[in-house]
Every structure is written in structure tokens, then in C-alpha cells.
Design a protein around this ligand. Structure first.
Ligand code: SAM
Length: 286
């Protein structure tokens, strides 16, 4: 494939790059990088190394979390003047826990053609060898840094039935696994993928408790990049077990029926109007 065949003027190519193993860069990605006028990237030094490896010299434009909004107009002008641009991130697929969505959204609004050039992404790579259910999964990206917010986020996910997938760094992997055990249950099946496609690629399989212990035991295993995958909950939330009659008996002497019904609806997820009717019946007013 020659670059001349694949590159269209005024087009943004969203190009996935390797997450560790340079041999994972596709022929098409290479041809696009060789053919475009400009490469927009997160970290110019990082991308320069990839381009050097490919023997390419390119005009680079930095687009990262802190300047993306400012860069949109500049990118748009280049494209409107007929230049072609490849958007890459430091590793994997741009926009996936990486910058670029505001840019792609803005270009879409201006009817600029955006072409994906698919390739590696840590989430799909990890799931493909984890052995957890993949028919449905939810990608949660990075959890919040602050412990309280992280606990709250996980608590909100405790009854999620789909496989949960998170990105995590070496700085927080052990703390995250600890909080996950507290919020999701230590016996929940889990797989942690570390350093995918790299020399020290490792999969830890077991429960949240056992994988946490495996990683704790060896300081070397705490280095690198991680994808944490946790089995979904296999039972519906217990809120349906709440005895609404008993709850109303406690609430109605203290609160107006409307307020009591609103609280019961919040706790059980049942219909507020139907609960209000029930409250009136229990008070003998219906
Ligand atoms: N855009 C990338 C993608 O498509 O996967 C993700 C970028 S995000 C800023 C970086 C995070 O992805 C890391 O902290 C780690 O959780 C995960 N990750 C990236 N490369 C990885 C690898 N080789 N092994 C394990 N996790 C990886």
C-alpha cells in the first residue's frame, strides 16, 4: 500500500499506535503516518521517537489535555487549506482515556472527514485474554484520585452486572485493589493485566483478594501499566427486598404521604405515584 493511495486532502486520520510492542503498528497506520502533512500528538518527544523508528520526518503539532480547545481552530484551518493530519496519542487509540474527543466533535460539526485507523488499545487487548465475560462490559477509565470519590464511584458500581474495566497506574494499583475489595467484595472474580505486549506482560487471575496479594508480594509487579477487570455482580440489587409496608408504617406517622412515598421510591426504585396511592390506602384516605 502506498501512502498516495490512502491519504485524502482535508482529512483527519485518527491513528492507533502500539501500547508497547512496536510490531503492533499496522501497515495502514504506517502508510497514513508517512503520507499525512502533519502529525498531531500528545507529547512531541514521544511521537518523535515512533516516527524516527519508522524513518519519518514530520511536522508535529502538540494537542494535549491542556491546549486541545485552543488547537481546534488551528487544526481546522490546516484541514480547510487542504492539508491532511494524523492524530495520535502517546500509546494506543486516541480518545480512549486520551485527548482528542473535543477536536473530533468540533471537526464533525464542520463536516470535516474524520477517518479512524484502528489498532491497539489496552482495554480490548486486556479483555481479549482475560477470560471474563465480554458479551457486555463497561469501561470506567481511570477512577478518581481522591479516596473518597473513588469509594463513591465503586459503590455506585457494586450491583453492575456487566464486566467492569478500569485503567490504573503503578502509583495507585494497590490502593485501588484495596478499595475495590471493600466496595465490590474481596471474593469477586478479577483479572489484572500488566505491561501488555511488553517484555514483562503478566495476567493475574483470581479474586480481587488473591490478585491484590499476588501484586503486593512482589515489588517488581507493582511497576508498569495496568488494566483491572472485575466480574459483574450476579444478583440484582437487594433494594427489591425492602418491605414497603413496614417502611410506610415507620414513615407515615412522621411525614406527609407524598414525602414518605418519595423516600420509599428512592430506596426501592418503585414507581412514586403507585407508592403514593399505597400510602393513602395505608392511611385509609384513598
Ligand atoms: N489510549 C490508550 C488505549 O487505547 O489504551 C490508553 C491511554 S491511558 C492515558 C493509559 C492507561 O492505559 C495506562 O495507565 C494503563 O492503565 C493502560 N495501558 C496502556 N498501555 C498499557 C499496557 N501496555 N499494559 C497495560 N495497561 C496499559
Amino acid at each position: 500500500m502506498t501512502s498516495a493511495q490512502v491519504i485524502n486532502a482535508g482529512t483527519l486520520y485518527v491513528v492507533a499506535t502500539p501500547i508497547g510492542n512496536l510490531a503492533d503498528l499496522s501497515d495502514r497506520a504506517q502508510a497514513v503516518l508517512a503520507g499525512v502533512d502533519i502529525v498531531a500528538c500528545e507529547d512531541t518527544r514521544h511521537t518523535q521517537k515512533l516516527l524516527q523508528h519508522l524513518g519519518l520526518r514530520k511536522v508535529l503539532l502538540s494537542v494535549h489535555d491542556h491546549n486541545e480547545s485552543d488547537r481546534i481552530q488551528q487544526v481546522l484551518e490546516h484541514l480547510q487549506q487542504g492539508r491532511s493530519i494524523a492524530l495520535v496519542s502517546d500509546a494506543g487509540t486516541p480518545l480512549i482515556s486520551d485527548p482528542g474527543y473535543r477536536l473530533v466533535q468540533a471537526l464533525g460539526e464542520q463536516n470535516v472527514t474524520v477517518v479512524p485507523v484502528p489498532g491497539p488499545s489496552a482495554i480490548i487487548t486486556a479483555l481479549s485474554a482475560a477470560g471474563l465475560p465480554t458479551d457486555r462490559f463497561t469501561f470506567e477509565g481511570f477512577l478518581p484520585h481522591k479516596r473518597g470519590a473513588r469509594e463513591e464511584k465503586l459503590r455506585a458500581l457494586q450491583y453492575e452486572a456487566r464486566t467492569l474495566v478500569f485503567y490504573e497506574s503503578k502509583h495507585r494499583i494497590l490502593e485501588t485493589l484495596e478499595v475495590m475489595q471493600a466496595e465490590l467484595g474481596s471474593e469477586r472474580p478479577a483479572v489484572v493485566a500488566r505491561e501488555l505486549t511488553k517484555t514483562f506482560e503478566t495476567f493475574y487471575r483470581g479474586t480481587l483478594a488473591s490478585v491484590s496479594l499476588d501484586i503486593q508480594r512482589d515489588a517488581d509487579q507493582q511497576k508498569g501499566e495496568f488494566v483491572v477487570m472485575v466480574s459483574g455482580h450476579d444478583n440484582p440489587p437487594p433494594a427489591t427486598d425492602i418491605d414497603t409496608d413496614a417502611l410506610f408504617k415507620l414513615l407515615l406517622p412522621e411525614l406527609p404521604p407524598k414525602k414518605a412515598a418519595a423516600i420509599v421510591a428512592q430506596l426501592t426504585g418503585e414507581n412514586k405515584k403507585a407508592l403514593y396511592q399505597k400510602a393513602l390506602e395505608l392511611q385509609g384516605k384513598a
